[in-house]
Design a protein around this ligand. Structure first.
Ligand SMILES: NC(=O)C1=CN([C@@H]2O[C@H](COP(=O)(O)OP(=O)(O)OC[C@H]3O[C@@H](n4cnc5c(N)ncnc54)[C@H](OP(=O)(O)O)[C@@H]3O)[C@@H](O)[C@H]2O)C=CC1
Ligand SMILES: CCCCCCCCC/C=C/C=O
Length: 329
């Protein structure tokens, strides 16, 4: 008999999440039936979507939603051998049982030396978000100037590097000087700390006096209001996230986008990465190749211990991470 530790949503988040909104529980797992596998989480992901999706998809008492890299410790399913690592949507659990239908093997050719946690970040859902957002929504082309915010995070850091590979000029904003230094290290052309600049308008103008062809928006709110005004004619805006608004209790006023959208003939499109699930393999293959070749660098913010899942999640929302925030069990 295996006992799993799980984190449940004790109380729906009001404003910024608190550790008291979570509760740690233990669950006895039953013996495996034919076709099932027992998995042990090795790395768990903490992602911004958990904040809005918890309200949309969960009720109090439910196990927190989420994905992990897990190892198969026992198998009664011929497709999945013991010892194999997979990406699963198992939620915040140390151990769980699956019939195998929701499990994804790591992409073929994954080198032994590459951290498997990257399957939750640069070579996983956030990397795919950058890849499809740039190719299918921003439709980048060589010579474009691309702006991305939350640029030192899991999605943003890949956006900037892929846009450079695509022959673009890249401008990034992030919330600390260390993050700005990291952006320069990974080849961003311009980067600034949005928390310390005197004026967002000025910082954006200084980074690209001619304006922006593409804006990959992870943040929304005040930053987006400033950025939209500096788009070039026919510019494309990909609404990837709105993290500045996820913890707001009251609806925000504005921005009113109609005037710049009209006179600059802009395109603005929201997207969710799962739209391109049927092209997932293609995206992961490309990301793995670039990482192995050293053309895309990665950085991870690793929190040790399953006990620290709530703290890791809250820390990511506060901006403590450079690169992908993960928890090592
Ligand atoms: N559309 C889709 O399919 C997907 C969308 N997303 C979205 O992409 C965005 C980035 O996600 P991800 O890369 O995983 O997370 P990150 O690794 O970027 O971590 C979140 C970062 O957001 C920044 N942040 C937090 N609060 C604010 C705020 N009030 N204003 C500005 N920045 C803030 C912090 O960086 P800093 O220090 O720079 O402030 C923090 O480090 C999120 O909005 C997320 O919801 C993610 C995956 C899929
Ligand atoms: C329980 C696992 C759900 C995985 C969903 C991945 C899609 C994330 C979309 C993100 C949107 C905004 O952050």
């Amino acid at each position: 008999m295996v006992t799993a530790k799980v984190w449940v949503l004790k109380k729906h988040f009001e404003g910024f999440p608190k550790t008291s909104d979570f509760e740690l529980k233990q669950i006895e797992l039953p013996n495996l039936k034919d076709g099932e596998v027992l998995l042990e989480s090795v790395f768990l992901s903490v992602d911004p979507y958990m904040r809005p999706y918890s309200r949309r998809d969960m009720k109090e008492g439910d196990i927190m939603i989420g994905t992990q890299v897990a190892r198969i410790v026992e198998s009664k399913n011929p497709v999945f051998k013991e010892g194999v690592f997979v990406v699963a949507r198992g939620g915040w659990r140390t151990h769980f049982i699956s019939d195998g239908k929701d499990l994804q093997l790591l992409p073929s050719g994954w080198p032994e030396s590459l951290p498997k946690s990257l399957a939750l970040g640069t070579i996983g859902m956030p990397g795919l978000t950058a890849y499809f957002g740039l190719l299918k929504v921003c439709k980048i082309k060589p010579g474009d100037t691309v702006l991305v915010n939350a640029a030192a995070g899991a999605v943003g850091s890949v956006v900037g590097q892929l846009a450079k590979i695509g022959g673009c000029k890249v401008v990034g904003s992030a919330g600390s000087d260390d993050k700005v230094a990291y952006l320069k290290k990974i080849n961003f052309d311009e980067a600034f700390n949005y928390k310390t600049v005197q004026s967002l308008d000025e910082a954006l103008r200084k980074a690209s006096p001619d304006g922006y062809d593409c804006f990959f928006d992870n943040v929304g709110g005040e930053f987006a209001t400033a950025a939209i005004k500096q788009m070039k004619k026919y510019g494309r805006i990909a609404i990837c996230g709105a993290i500045s608004q996820y913890n707001e209790s009251l609806p925000q006023k504005g921005p009113y986008v109609q005037v710049p959208m009209l006179f600059k003939e802009l395109q603005m499109e929201g997207f969710i990465v799962t739209r391109w699930d049927s092209h997932r393999e293609e995206g992961l293959k490309a990301l793995l190749k670039w990482v192995v070749e050293g053309k895309v660098k990665y950085c991870e913010h690793v929190t040790e211990g399953f006990m620290n899942m709530p703290m890791a999640f809250i820390g990511m929302l506060k901006g403590e991470n450079i690169g992908k925030a993960v928890v090592k069990v």
